[in-house]
Design a protein around this ligand. Sequence first.
Ligand SMILES: [Zn+2]
Length: 405
Amino acid sequence: MRVADVLSRIDEGELIALTRDLVRIPSVVRAGQPGATEAAVAAHVERWLRAEGFEVEVHEVAPDRPNVLGVLGDGAGGPTLLLEGHTDVVTEGDAALWTHAPFGGDFVDGKIYGRGSADMKSGLAAAMVAAAAIKRAGVPLGGRLVVGALVDEEGDMLGARHLCTTALGRALTAAIICEPEQNELCLEQRGVVWARVTVRGRMAHGAMPEAGVNPIAALGALLAEAPALERRLRRLCARSPHLRPPTVTPTIVQAPVQGVAQSNVIPSMAQATLDVRLTPGPDAEAITKEIDAACQRAMEAAPGATVEWQPVNGFRLATRVDKGEPLVRAMVKGVRQATGRAPRFGGVPGSTDGTILRTTLGIPIVTCGPGHRLIPHQVDEHVEVRELVDAARIYVATTLNFLRA
Ligand SMILES: [Zn+2]
């Protein structure tokens, strides 16, 4: 069967309806609120995949937080390709600021609105409908296709981390991350390290600073070091036409860390978080060395204080995949078959579940999905149906190229 025959089975109405259904099931994870997890939307995905006749695995990552994986074909021979999406969405914020209800799934002028419409229930719907089109067409696959709906991408990426520990995860050969990237082929993703810096001094009276060691002075010195750290990281990291260069951005500053803030008390401790964004190149050790050096300089500037740092949730290094990878070649051809246009290449400004899959399993990943790159987490988030349909078609053509029987 020709790729065009399967592409003709992609139904716009079905894609719109499924995306709207997924958006209408809220899946903001609200700690401490029972039921405020991905469970309901995961259950919807599971029911849908089972109704289509997929083999389905449900992995309980945390209470009421399941990964759902639909499998097509057997793993006896050939590669295993994952179409990956996440089921959680970020908060809607102040609902009064939205023109379209955040969980209404409004469909107006070729756009679907709502929290998660772009990031990334539309991408997930495109993956599901693409896999179903292949299954309904009865095309034999030279390998296995997995549609994965994972939890907690917006948090600690527990779903992706869990998948890497399962038999199905370890069997993966390659993955398409269906995040909103305007259907560009993103072979690179920026990395991130959240460096939580802790400064310890000695508590004293504000009128007698000579009796203590003020950690805030060292913290100030560290913040003053941030631009120099950024310059050093820029020298260390590779330049990329698709990624902004590394940045070092202080995002949290806190003193005192414990107890009551009082105008006449020098606190014993101060903390700051640096949001460090990276491009491909250096490993964790090289980055550690540079952040260590910044802390050392801050310490020298404020005698008596100790300055230490820890990565919050570890290192998410920048990722890159070679253009010669079979997955990339399958996608380049797939974009042409699906859209009649040459592919556009891009880069992911942040990290995704793909970061975990790439760095843990070592498999090639390409991030490509419907939705404007800048729209995630905004008020009146939306996705264009035109891009949604293109994405499903790209996934079909790529899958058939990559898993050719
Ligand atoms: Zn996302």
